[in-house]
Design a protein around this ligand. Sequence first.
Ligand SMILES: NS(=O)(=O)c1ccc(C(=O)NCC(F)(F)F)cc1
Ligand SMILES: [Zn+2]
Length: 267
Amino acid sequence: AAEWGYTKRNGPFTWAKNYPTAAGIRQSPVDIDTALATSDSSLESKPLRWKYVPQNTRTIVNSGHGWRVDVDSEGSELVGGPLEGTYKLQQFHCHWGSSSDKGSEHTVDGQSYAAELHLVHWNSSKYADCGEAADYPDGLTVLGVLLKVGAKNPELQKVIDLIPSISHRGEKTEVKEAIDPAKMLPKTLSYWTYLGSLTVPPCNESVTWILFKEPVEVSEEQLAAFRSLRCYKRGEECPCDEVDGLLISNYRPTLPLGTRELRECGS
Ligand SMILES: NS(=O)(=O)c1ccc(C(=O)NCC(F)(F)F)cc1
Ligand SMILES: [Zn+2]
């Protein structure tokens, strides 16, 4: 089957053909209708807490759908807020658009941001690894950070500097200069949370989403670097009908929240 992607031929509106879960009722991303959010004292009483080990960021890879930094989960943990048990960091990656007026996956009151960073964690209290956890409704938690155009982001610059060495699909390289995921999070920790899914195939409905309210800045040049990644393998011709196979956009449009509860913590 033709590999899924973000072009007209293989993009989000075609995914349900090969991945029926993509047509489910607890899909992500969604538009955050701030008027619908209910503040929840139980969230306020258990602050979200995380611990990351910068030295554990191992490799960065061009997945063909974007860049992804794979992390050695040991030593990391995410607890509190809506979460039961302990979650460990597995990887982080980003979604962006062909221009900075779009590119985030979640939108807020209909407004898109230029990009969105995802820190992917798996429930190590109940499951053996990320792949197993991805098959259970409480298996994964993703911390989402909205990115808006502004100052150059020094921590993300460490990722940008590695992009030329992973220009084509499948290429990967060691992350030599430790990247601290904690430094990519916003200052204020207010967030929205709801039950959703992976935003890429197989779109498993196994994600507790925690989306920070405060956007973090990234520069236009840094966004342009993301768009220089190619979606095809070196030496192969470009399969996607994207202008010379550049990954200029890799975000999924929003799906209906339906009857799901949207909770918030902090103003
Ligand atoms: N864009 S997202 O929702 O943060 C996102 C998070 C995680 C994965 C992922 O681990 N896929 C591999 C798995 F788990 F085996 F299915 C894909 C997308
Ligand atoms: Zn993502």
